[in-house]
Design a protein around this ligand. Sequence first.
Ligand SMILES: Cc1cc2nc3c(=O)[nH]c(=O)nc-3n(C[C@H](O)[C@H](O)[C@H](O)COP(=O)(O)OP(=O)(O)OC[C@H]3O[C@@H](n4cnc5c(N)ncnc54)[C@H](O)[C@@H]3O)c2cc1C
Length: 334
Amino acid sequence: MARLGLFGITVPERLGGVGADVVSYAIVMEELSRGYASVADQCGLVELVATLLAEHGTPAQQERYLAPLLRFERRCAYAITEPEAGSDVAGVRTTAVRNGEGWRLRGEKIWIHNAPVADFAVVLARTDPAAAKRGMSIFLVDADAPGYARGRKEHKMGQRASQVGALAFNDVALSADALVGEEGRGFPIMMSVLDKGRVGIAALAVGILQNALDESVAYAKGRRQFGRAIAEFQAVQWMLADMAKATHAARLMTRHAAARLDAGERASVDCAMAKCFASDAAVEHTANAVQIHGGIGYIRGTAVERLYRDAKITQIYEGTNEIQRMIIARHLLA
Ligand SMILES: Cc1cc2nc3c(=O)[nH]c(=O)nc-3n(C[C@H](O)[C@H](O)[C@H](O)COP(=O)(O)OP(=O)(O)OC[C@H]3O[C@@H](n4cnc5c(N)ncnc54)[C@H](O)[C@@H]3O)c2cc1C
């Protein structure tokens, strides 16, 4: 993927990226996911970390972490979630305490993409226990640092080719240059890259939808019952039609949110809407794709059975859809 230019799609070329826009990123994510969502996931994770380093990293951090990440010489993890801090990111308990010029990091992260294999992690930690969102900072932590420990690898319902696991930091000593951006600005920095992340998840959901639609149309034309193709039954036609319009609408919302980011506009609400709509549609219509397939749709090895499982997580990660709805409603009521 790195050789094909699928890592760092929106990162400037001078930093080793592709230098394309967010709409291009959305198209890439959709097409990769149409093949296999786990593969798109890897592209999305690299984009998130690469964007953070491109926009907020120092030249030294970019040389040490960003360039090798985009060449696939080093693998990354993006570690926010903790046992007590899921949707409520301000509840993060991992702490970084000043230690001379540097820091000491202590805490635990769970359900982190690439945790079992990452060479370094971008970690959100509390640097001021008294301040809530303003008391957090971001650190770059090497996996070979003493005290860095990989936890259990989880067995997931779907997207099973991407690895998720826990990380523990047992008094990891960090030098001063491990801090990304300003001390205390970790929360807004993390959130600022999540808009692009949500466009990526929306596009990934669109890819799943398109795959489900293609599979369903082909199956409905081929499967015969009562002496005719099931595609001739109106009940099946309506499921296909609804799937097609949801796919189209989700794609347009995703590209629109991406275009607004490209125009430098505030697009958090558009990104939340696209992520929420596309992922809800993916779950609803992959279930219908299984329905169109009947019993074979429930059997392991059938494409739509995997799509159904792959779709579910898109409603949960990068902010659950309840959180996306809160973002949308807050904007409406402001
Ligand atoms: C496969 C996978 C990969 C992941 N990858 C990463 C990763 O790479 N990095 C990372 O940091 N995290 C990652 N996560 C974690 C993911 O982002 C969180 O699971 C998600 O943010 C939800 O947090 P939670 O699971 O603690 O749920 P909770 O926050 O406990 O939520 C449980 C339920 O309550 C609802 N809820 C919570 N608060 C509210 C509210 N205020 N109003 C209404 N409803 C609410 C939620 O929407 C949800 O339905 C991953 C998770 C999974 C499963």
